[in-house]
Design a protein around this ligand. Structure first.
Ligand code: PGA
Length: 253
């Protein structure tokens, strides 16, 4: 058995005004068990980070950014940096989400720069990888993931990788209601762990949390969490409603 503490993270994407985000955070906190079995993180939109932090700061719920730029400051209109996320209360940042790759030109190279910048700022990066439906159908899943991992983690030392979380998010499962089957998810997670083993060695591979994302809901969380190489979930749609997210956090109860 491993000692990896599971992480359940809620990615609110571009949903919720400040007051809506505060209400949701309040509800999540209200429904928290005394001793959560999992680490819990929520990633509201950038505008709601600081207000949400004021609600969760003395609770076990942690805060994450949904994206960041790799420079610490500068003339980069519209961007948010790692130190800025930290100053708003974040301990995590999601990097390379498929929606950023698809709509905002995120590449493995920018993912790589952002990982280094996040670590330098003291943030824990959650690196998203995943294949599209076309790539899966063409049996390219492993080669696509290998490339995203190789290029995204290029020239990172084992020491600087330590603590990074990997999120396997098959693009065809995001927001579609279609979850990867337990077998499909476990197969990919095991492969990702093998990659980490070759790249960084056995200790890092066995310590690294690899979470699953893509239509996670109260009905499928327990089955996913029972798999050997699944160490948590990155939850989109089902994290927007506090009662649904609480059910996911409390999947063991
Ligand atoms: P979903 O999104 O749970 O709505 O499928 C997951 C994600 O995009 O992280």
């Amino acid at each position: 058995m491993t000692s990896r503490r599971p992480l359940i993270a809620g990615n609110w994407k571009m949903y919720k005004t400040c007051s809506e985000a505060e209400d949701t955070a309040r509800e999540i906190v209200k429904n928290l068990p005394d001793m959560p079995d999992v680490e819990i993180m929520i990633a509201p939109p950038a505008t709601a980070l600081a207000p949400v932090f004021s609600i969760i700061r003395d609770t076990p719920v942690e805060l994450g950014g949904q994206n960041m730029f790799w420079e610490a400051q500068g003339a980069y209109t519209g961007e948010v940096s790692g130190p800025m996320l930290v100053s708003a209360g974040c301990s995590y940042v999601i990097i390379g989400h498929s929606e950023r790759r698809q709509y905002f030109g995120e590449t493995d190279d920018s993912v790589n720069r952002k990982i280094n910048a996040a670590k330098a700022a003291g943030l824990t990066p959650i690196i998203c990888v995943g294949e599209t439906e076309t790539e899966r159908d063409a049996e390219k899943t492993f080669s696509v993931l290998d490339k995203q991992m190789e290029n995204g983690l290029e020239s990172l030392s084992a020491d600087s990788f330590k603590g990074v979380v990997i999120a396997y998010e098959p693009v065809w499962a995001i927001g579609t209601g279609r979850t990867a089957t337990a077998q499909q998810a476990q197969e990919v997670h095991a492969r990702l762990r093998k990659f980490l083993d070759k790249r960084f060695g056995g200790d890092i591979a066995s310590q690294t949390r690899i979470v699953y994302g893509g239509s996670v809901k109260p009905e499928n969380i327990a089955e996913l969490m029972a798999l050997e190489d699944i160490d948590g979930a990155l939850v989109g749609g089902a994290s927007l409603k506090p009662d649904t997210f609480s059910k996911i956090i409390n999947y063991k109860r």
